[in-house]
Ligand binder design. Structure first.
Ligand SMILES: [Zn+2]
Length: 122
């Protein structure tokens, strides 16, 4: 799913431009869940955190910072939401919340948290 989102982001937005951040995967669950000492909210195996893109093409900032690349962040969340398994996205930029892309959860100024649902295997 993360790879598919990356391909979507690359194709629809980044298009090889080195000045734009890749999708910065910061912290991901174990594939089948399990004890995750670094991140207690990620033990179900369905959650991932992303760092925030910076306007210099690197990553690691907050939405309040001058270095925050809102355009890249919007494109990343759109690429995530294009994946049918994605259920929830937490990130506190009020503009992106207004656009219906994310929801406010305390502690999510400096990273995007997203989750996937249970795949429907028929
Ligand atoms: Zn998280």
């Amino acid at each position: 799913m993360i790879i598919a989102a990356g391909e979507s982001y690359e194709r629809n937005y980044r298009q090889g431009q080195q000045s734009i951040s890749l999708i910065p995967v910061n912290d991901v669950s174990y594939p089948s869940g399990g004890y995750t000492p670094d991140h207690s909210g990620h033990q179900c195996g369905n959650a991932c955190d992303l760092s925030i893109p910076r306007t210099d093409g690197s990553y690691g900032t907050t939405w309040q910072s001058n270095s925050y690349d809102r355009s890249a962040t919007r494109a990343i969340i759109q690429a995530l939401r294009a994946q049918s398994l994605v259920t929830r996205v937490f990130f506190n930029d009020p503009q992106l919340i207004n656009e219906g892309l994310s929801q406010y959860v305390r502690g999510h100024d400096n990273h995007i948290h997203f989750e996937i649902g249970v795949p429907n295997i028929a």
